[in-house]
Design a protein around this ligand. Sequence first.
Ligand SMILES: C[S@@+](CC[C@H](N)C(=O)[O-])C[C@H]1O[C@@H](n2cnc3c(N)ncnc32)[C@H](O)[C@@H]1O
Length: 117
Amino acid sequence: MNLFLDDYDTGMAEGRYQYQQLPTLSFADQSFDLALVSHLLDLYSAHLSEDIHLQSIRELLRVAREVRIFPLLTLTGELSPYVAKVEKQFTDWGYESERLMVPYEFQKGSNQMLRIK
Ligand SMILES: C[S@@+](CC[C@H](N)C(=O)[O-])C[C@H]1O[C@@H](n2cnc3c(N)ncnc32)[C@H](O)[C@@H]1O
């Protein structure tokens, strides 16, 4: 968080921070090594449909080699119902998908991320 805040003014001036709205991004295919989704997909499962989750992750994998999503619990603290569906769909499409423990917990017990590449 501090790295982001320290970089923000410079990053804005250099055009490295851009407003984009999933499920569609304007970046070219495979522009990035890594796409991080923090506190949006899965957390807001009650507000974003399964289709939006699948489309958004597919779009992120179009622009980046690897996508990491954290956390996997919803706002009410349950595992998002979309995690298993996303894992199955992206495995069927030929991607590798795994859940990994992370050393960070914002909501109690919410310490897993999903990595798809
Ligand atoms: C809870 S905040 C998390 C902010 C930050 N990523 C973090 O972890 O501290 C959710 C963020 O998702 C952004 N957001 C909402 N809908 C979005 C969409 N369709 N595409 C991209 N970002 C979206 C909001 O603008 C907000 O910044």
